[in-house]
Design a protein around this ligand. Structure first.
Ligand code: PNS
Length: 181
């Protein structure tokens, strides 16, 4: 258990340790799933916060992204999935979570993550960011790459949950697959 979480538990033993795991999840990959499951070793509850991002045009709608994640974790009530917009710190506060989990795959992630963590701290000093590393097997994986590989006929079987692969195939069949990075 991390020091932050232990201190929190010691001070408020009646309280559930909650963390938010935010992202765009277009679509969720096995790398994201790996981080969520690792997070459950530390937290009682993880709220997966799916960004409704008007800036990016997603392949999957917010509803579809949320539904896929809910399906993957159907039997795990300790994982909640919610869509959000606005500031992440506001969402975290509303959901009584003061820890934000972010996955760090490689050094290349660091700069963006560092900026984001410090900006979130500036916005709300009570909120801490916790970086977790996924399994080495997923350290190269991203939603964007999954979409590109799938569109070009590559196999993504080990890279995404089954429901995601099925839905990618469905999009392709319906001709709704317009790849934009
Ligand atoms: O999957 P992603 O694209 O790495 O997720 C990025 C996300 C959703 C964590 C980030 O864009 C975010 O928190 N957006 C909400 C808006 C916000 O709070 N911005 C200020 C913090 S930098």
């Amino acid at each position: 258990m991390t020091l932050i979480v232990r201190l929190h538990k010691e001070r408020m033993p009646w309280m559930e340790n909650r963390a938010v795991y935010p992202g765009f999840f277009d679509p969720i990959t096995n790398g994201h799933v790996d981080i969520i499951l690792r997070g459950l070793k530390i937290f009682d509850k993880i709220i997966v916060a799916v960004l409704k991002n008007p800036k990016k045009k997603p392949l999957f709608s917010t509803k579809e992204r949320v539904a896929m994640i809910r399906t993957i974790f159907t039997h795990q009530p300790e994982i909640e999935v919610k869509a959000f917009d606005g500031l992440l710190v506001d969402f975290s506060r509303r959901n009584r979570a003061n820890i934000v989990i972010r996955g760090l795959r490689a050094v290349s992630d660091f700069e963006y993550e560092f900026q984001m963590a410090l900006m979130n701290r500036k916005l709300d000093s009570e909120i801490e960011t916790l970086f977790m590393m996924p399994s080495l097997n997923y350290s190269f994986l991203s939603s964007g790459l999954v979409k590109e590989v799938f569109l070009l006929g590559g196999c993504v079987e080990d890279l995404v949950p089954e429901i995601v692969e099925r839905n990618l195939r469905e999009k392709l069949k319906k001709g709704k697959y317009i790849y934009s990075n």
